[in-house]
Design a protein around this ligand. Structure first.
Ligand SMILES: Cc1cc2nc3c(=O)[nH]c(=O)nc-3n(C[C@H](O)[C@H](O)[C@H](O)COP(=O)(O)OP(=O)(O)OC[C@H]3O[C@@H](n4cnc5c(N)ncnc54)[C@H](O)[C@@H]3O)c2cc1C
Length: 379
């Protein structure tokens, strides 16, 4: 077994860390205040290739693997979990084209997506409940050479900044009754709906997508009619879930650094509070959560890079890292005392951001269901 990163991967981590600290960190207060996405930062990340990390080189991407993507998102997430989520959902929206797209679809959409000239999203969730994928109501009816899409998606990331929108919609009934489509944002009959005002991940855009007799060419179907559930689940499991895990791992790392630094500076009874055993236990717990989440996440990415199926591993890493992010942010606030609750200090934001990662790409209950399926096969 080899748990190390290659020199190239370490270099990537260093580059992304420097970028995040220099370019993203100064924008965080503005993002938290306004809830807006700093598009100038997206443009800068695009120039460095961050938006096309998984896209093959022949289509203008960096052609890197899942481990590299996790490094990128962990380092962005350490500074801004909101920005990590914007980037990771762009990767999620790109993935169905990379994995299931035809050669024409790849040539048409991947180069601008890899270069970040266009932003992507992928929308499954509807008001009828994100966990119940087959309960969705959005329909796609074939009329001649076009599908007519009607329905509404909610709680979707990048709704107001994406121009390449992947969706799953009903073309029939049951598991084979879903199909996946790419819809461009200038298609008549499509408009973004409300922008959500979240308490966390502020500066990452979440909202609605509305389709009213939206006419989409047959050429925009991803895979075949009836492949929608497969396209959605494979993309969410292999790209969406790990993307959130990496953002959450970034939060846990930030908690570790914040809590350790503060505990060494805060003096009580004439000594830093890092000398108090009760504080050390908090630090030990955060450290442990960081190492466990990291091992789970990078192992799942390593399996994926080898082409192995790793749905349970991705679910376990997502469950652990996102729950750990909430736990560790609470402990960090505890270490900070009242200062931890103040808006101008980082810990309270980490808790707000961490909470939002719990339900994205499937809640903790759904992650447990996926793990239980695997557990039941083990004896
Ligand atoms: C920040 C953020 C970004 C998001 N981005 C996207 C995106 O880009 N694209 C997209 O499609 N969606 C996105 N989502 C939506 C997300 O996927 C859903 O929130 C999630 O799937 C849960 O759906 P729901 O919120 O409708 O909750 P529901 O499905 O209504 O669930 C409600 C509660 O019931 C529990 N529950 C449901 N089923 C079961 C079960 N079988 N057993 C036990 N408990 C159960 C859930 O765990 C939850 O606690 C995003 C969400 C957030 C918060």
């Amino acid at each position: 077994m080899d748990f190390g990163f290659t020199p190239e991967q370490e270099m990537l981590r260093k580059t992304v860390r420097e970028f995040a600290e220099k370019e993203i960190a100064p924008k965080i207060d503005w993002m938290d205040e306004t809830g807006e996405v700093p598009m100038d930062i997206i443009e800068k990340m695009a120039k460095l290739g961050f938006m096309g990390v998984l896209v093959p080189k022949e289509y203008g991407g960096l052609g890197m693997g899942h481990i590299e993507r996790m490094i990128l998102l962990e380092e962005i997430g350490r500074v801004s979990p909101a920005m990590a989520n914007t980037v990771q959902v762009h990767h999620l929206g790109t993935a169905p084209i990379v994995v299931f797209g035809t050669e024409e679809q790849k040539k048409k959409w991947l180069p601008p997506l890899a270069k970040g000239e266009k932003i992507a999203t992928f929308a499954v969730t509807e008001p009828t409940g994100g966990s119940d994928v087959l309960g969705m109501q959005t329909t796609a009816k074939l009329e001649g050479n076009n599908y007519i899409i009607n329905g509404r998606k909610c709680f979707i990331t990048n709704t107001h900044i994406a121009s390449v929108i992947g969706i799953a919609a009903k073309t029939g009934e049951g598991p084979k009754g879903l199909s996946a489509f790419i819809i461009e944002s200038d298609t008549p009959g499509f408009k973004p709906g409300r922008k959500e005002n979240k308490f966390g991940l502020r500066g990452c855009n979440t909202g609605e997508l509305i389709f009213k007799n939206c006419k989409v060419s047959k050429e925009n179907i991803i895979g075949k009619e009836g492949d929608g559930l497969k396209v959605a689940l494979v993309s969410i499991s292999n790209v969406g879930r790990p993307g959130i895990t990496a953002g959450a791992l970034g939060i846990v790392r930030a908690c570790l650094e914040e809590a350790v630094k503060y505990s060494k500076q805060r003096v009580l009874y004439g000594k830093p509070i890092s000398d108090l055993q009760a504080i050390q236990w908090h630090l030990a717990d955060i450290y442990m959560d960081y190492e466990i989440s990291k091992l789970l996440m990078y192992r799942a990415a390593w399996l994926r890079d080898k082409g192995e199926r790793c749905d349970a591993e991705n679910a376990m890493a997502k469950f652990w890292a996102t729950e750990a992010a909430v736990r560790c942010a609470q402990k960090t606030i505890t270490v900070f005392g009242a200062y931890g609750c103040m808006k101008e200090l980082v810990p309270q934001r980490l808790l707000r951001d961490a909470w939002l990662f719990i339900s994205g790409a499937g809640t903790s209950e759904i992650m447990r269901i996926i793990m239980a399926r695997q557990a039941l096969k083990m004896a």
